[in-house]
Design a protein around this ligand. Structure first.
Ligand code: SF4
Length: 252
């Protein structure tokens, strides 16, 4: 449970803080009950770099769905090395996956919206619940510009579905601010962004988008847009691709 007066006070306070300061505040406020769910998006990589640079003892986790892009595994490996980040991986339950695939085949998500949701539940939602178990707050890379967040996003919110606080240090960053920060600070990011990927999640469910395409078209493109509420995304990835925006990257 949360107290609305307290939440309003925190929102007012955090609106004037930088992302790095929000992270320090959250660490002081929630201690070991705080965790950061990284989906290895550009936003998440920036947050990982802030946590690392400030030596904050915030636990970081990644959901390994078993269907991620190869480039994401390389990024994960390089992130652990570069930022000395002890990232914990959460995997799906093998019995869930075996029975789901045994009944519906390995690419069940292409068959129907219900089966896609079943796959997301087994590969993302259940591991996410384990990762957030007993936590009081979690950090996400959401920004107001995200189609899954919206213009009313606050630096801290009450996550009613999960019953814990959700902290969004990059809540008011524009895409331009983000890419400028990445370039200036040579934050390690997924090279797939430069290939036109907006969402970088599971390999079979994401594709690059072209000029003028809606970011939603880059995920589950075989479904109607109505069915695409991305309730299971950690951070509702990410900054769009753009060959115009040259993202400086460090090759580790
Ligand atoms: S994004 Fe695709 S592969 Fe990944 S969990 Fe959801 S349906 Fe399954």
């Amino acid at each position: 449970m949360y107290r609305s007066a307290e939440l309003a006070r925190w929102q007012s306070l955090l609106r004037s803080f930088s992302p790095a300061t929000i992270l320090r505040w959250a660490n002081r406020q929630f201690g070991r009950s705080l965790t950061f769910g990284s989906a290895l998006t550009m936003e998440d990589q920036v947050l990982t770099s802030f946590i690392s640079e400030q030596s904050l003892p915030i636990s970081i986790f990644v959901l390994d769905t078993g269907r991620l892009h190869e480039a994401s595994y390389t990024l994960l490996e390089n992130t652990i090395q570069r930022y000395k980040a002890p990232i914990q991986l959460y995997f799906p339950d093998w019995e869930d996956i075996e029975s789901m695939i045994g009944e519906n085949g390995p690419n069940l998500f292409k068959q129907s919206v219900d089966l896609r949701k079943k796959c997301c539940f087994a590969r993302k939602e259940k591991p996410l619940r384990r990762a957030l178990d007993k936590k009081k707050a979690w950090i996400t890379g959401l920004r107001r510009e995200h189609w899954t967040a919206g213009p009313t996003l606050e630096p801290i919110e009450w996550d009613e579905a999960r019953q814990l606080y959700k902290i969004n240090p990059l809540w008011n960053w524009s895409r331009e601010q983000l890419t400028n920060h990445v370039e200036r600070n040579q934050v390690l990011v997924n090279p797939l962004h430069e290939q036109g990927f907006y969402n970088i999640g599971c390999e079979p469910c994401t594709r690059p988008i072209g000029p003028g395409e809606d970011p939603r078209d880059g995920q589950w493109w075989w479904e109607s847009s109505k069915s695409k509420e991305s309730e299971l995304q950690l951070s509702a990835s990410s900054t769009g691709p753009s060959k115009r925006e040259k993202i400086a990257r460090i090759q580790v």
